[in-house]
Design a binder for this molecule. Structure first.
Ligand SMILES: Cc1cc2nc3c(=O)[nH]c(=O)nc-3n(C[C@H](O)[C@H](O)[C@H](O)COP(=O)(O)O)c2cc1C
Length: 161
């Protein structure tokens, strides 16, 4: 059975996810980042996570060449952040406040949680690569904020609203 692309996307959209902005830095130390819902946990000991990166996006080389990335897990109030980082190009950083930890990867403000990782390995995955990171530092809001959810191609609340 051949699977049609739109049909495949819509089928995958039935799997509700949280949303992250995953960041790194380019050769000149400039911030790089994209909205990603392919993030998932991988291992507790050692602490590892992964995400899938499209080979055809502008950020690809920066992630491939840098040995670190940061994961910013978005809260329900950060739809605008998700939309901004789903756009291609460096302009998405204009006016964005962030701090940096050990590796220089941008840590965004107002997130549910942030993780800083060393890239452990990169694996082939069709038109994407799977990037596995060992987590080196974490922070969490613990303020009762709800997560930003993505479901059937739209943002949703935990109760579908
Ligand atoms: C909800 C959502 C989830 C996304 N998840 C991913 C993902 O997991 N991996 C990926 O490579 N792109 C993902 N994208 C697409 C990138 O955010 C988008 O291609 C971005 O423009 C890339 O920016 P760049 O070209 O500046 O690197 C997602 C987009 C949206 C809206």
């Amino acid at each position: 059975m051949s699977i049609e692309k739109t049909d495949f996307r819509q089928t995958l959209g039935c799997f509700a996810t949280g949303i992250t902005v995953i960041t790194t830095v380019d050769d000149d130390g400039g911030p790089v980042g994209l909205t990603a819902n392919s993030f998932t946990s991988l291992s507790l000991d050692p602490p590892m996570v992964l995400f899938c990166l499209d080979r055809n996006i502008q950020s690809f080389e920066a992630f491939h060449d840098n040995r670190h990335f940061a994961v910013n897990i978005l809260s329900a109030g950060q739809k605008d952040v998700s939309s901004r980082f789903a756009q291609s190009g460096a302009e998405k950083w204009s006016g964005v406040e962030f701090e940096t930890w050990e590796t220089g990867c941008p840590i965004l403000e107002g997130c549910l949680a942030n993780l800083e990782c060393d890239i452990e390995s990169i694996h082939e995955g069709g038109d994407h690569v799977i990037i596995i990171g060992e987590v080196k530092r974490i922070a969490r809001a613990d303020d009762g904020s709800a997560p930003l959810i993505y479901f059937r191609g739209s943002y949703a609340g935990l109760n579908g609203g």
